[in-house]
Ligand binder design. Structure first.
Ligand SMILES: Nc1ncnc2c1ncn2[C@@H]1O[C@H](COP(=O)(O)OP(=O)(O)OP(=O)(O)O)[C@@H](O)[C@H]1O
Ligand SMILES: [Mg+2]
Length: 378
């Protein structure tokens, strides 16, 4: 999959840019605060419908403007396609078009144009709390299986209803008794589908990330990724959807005292985590910065391999935001070798950080200054 051309208007500090990308390596180079990451964010927005920087729509619109616009013309091995997105200041609703047709919800096009973003903040995937690791699943699986994003949206909607019911259980006992079982059953159904999808996905991550580490460390380091069910589900219950649903049903339909006291649903996929270790030691506590970086990198490379395997043999577009300055020479070389034959859009302040990349023929060098993008060489 390639992003061929991106047109951006009033997006952050980019007043207007019209860029065509090479199907191989594209280097956005410029000083700090010039708009390099902003361009990656614009490309990402057309894939997932939101920022990868935890920014709301309003923050992405250029200061003082009412709206911003992005048009992404991309192709897979068969045909050329287009996504257009308008964001409006003060409005939640976006205007989206896919191949000229209006799209009502972004979830309808997630997975059409696929990207993998890797930036220094991804170290948090290993270091920080579980919410980033859950988000890793949710973004990765949404791009592969549209049914996943639908299940997730239904799960979150049912969770909100069930939590409201639990909060008000004492004041409105009759309403609680009459409806809790319905919400519990729906929650169990969605939770089972999501759990089983995540566990299967994590097994694939395990395979590809292990290959990555084997090559990167000459087989010295072995990563392990284990799904941690907050509901205490056993491994076999996380791989069989019927068994999983039955188990969640038992939890949700059991005695509600603790949940009523907490005013919230105590079990489910919104509390799960991934346990990540390297050579048997918990990565979060015992790994060096470099090892944590390598773990995050291996998960991202694995994500790309899984998309290729499951989605018609095409790699997603790799967006690498300032990652080379963070990696030592051997890891840099590994990353360079692993991004061959893929479209990559990368940012850097210093070309020396990616000197090997710059030497690769067919790399496109684009200078970025004050939100203006200028191609330097073909
Ligand atoms: N909504 C907005 N409107 C206008 N400018 C914005 C908006 N949001 C951010 N900016 C500006 O965009 C610039 C930052 O752009 P960006 O994050 O792309 O920098 P960068 O080139 O990636 O820099 P670095 O090398 O430091 O990562 C800042 O000058 C910031 O003030
Ligand atoms: Mg940046």
């Amino acid at each position: 999959m390639n992003c061929r051309r991106i047109y951006v208007e009033n997006f952050r500090n980019i007043e207007s840019a019209d860029l065509t990308f090479s199907p191989e390596i594209n280097i956005l180079q410029g000083d700090n605060a010039q708009g390099k990451t902003n361009m990656l964010e614009a490309v990402y927005l057309t894939a997932l419908g939101r920022s990868f920087r935890q920014a709301g729509d309003n923050e992405m619109i250029e200061f003082g403007k009412d709206s911003c616009f992005i048009s992404n013309t991309y192709c897979d091995s068969v045909r050329e396609m287009n996504i257009k997105i308008n964001l409006f200041a003060g409005k939640k609703q976006k205007a989206i078009e896919h191949n000229g047709l209006k799209v009502n919800r972004i979830s309808e096009i997630v997975g059409a144009f696929k990207v993998i973003i890797f930036c220094p903040e991804h170290l948090s995937l290993i270091k920080e709390g579980p919410s980033l690791r859950r988000a890793f699943f949710d973004v990765a699986l949404s791009q592969i299986r549209p049914v996943y994003i639908n299940a997730l949206q239904r799960y979150n909607a049912v969770l909100r209803e069930r939590n409201t019911l639990l909060k008000n259980a004492i004041q409105s006992k009759e309403n609680f008794d009459g409806t809790i079982d319905i919400w519990s059953e729906q929650l169990a159904k969605e939770a089972a589908f999501i759990t089983v999808s995540r566990v299967k996905y994590l097994k694939m991550i395990q395979t590809y990330a292990s290959e990555c580490f084997r090559d990167m460390t000459s087989d010295r380091e072995k990563p392990e990724f284990v799904y941690m069910s907050s509901s205490g589900l056993k491994e076999e219950e996380c791989t069989d959807e019927n068994l999983c649903r039955q188990r969640y049903s038992e939890l949700y339909n059991g005695r509600h005292e603790r949940e009523i006291a907490a005013g919230a649903t105590l079990w489910g996929i919104h509390k799960d985590d991934i346990d990540i270790s390297l050579n048997g030691s918990k990565a979060r506590f015992y790994c060096s910065q470099g090892q944590q970086r390598s773990l995050a990198l291996s998960m991202k490379i694995a994500e790309g391999e899984i998309i290729k395997r499951l989605c018609g043999g095409d790699y997603p577009v790799f967006l690498l935001d300032d990652v080379f300055s963070e990696l030592d020479r051997s890891r840099r070389e590994y990353l360079l070798s692993s991004i061959k034959n893929k479209q990559v859009i990368l940012t850097s302040c210093e070309l020396s950080n990616i000197s090997d990349t710059a030497k690769i023929s067919n790399s496109e060098l684009i200078s970025v200054k004050n939100g203006v993008f200028t191609r330097i060489k073909n």
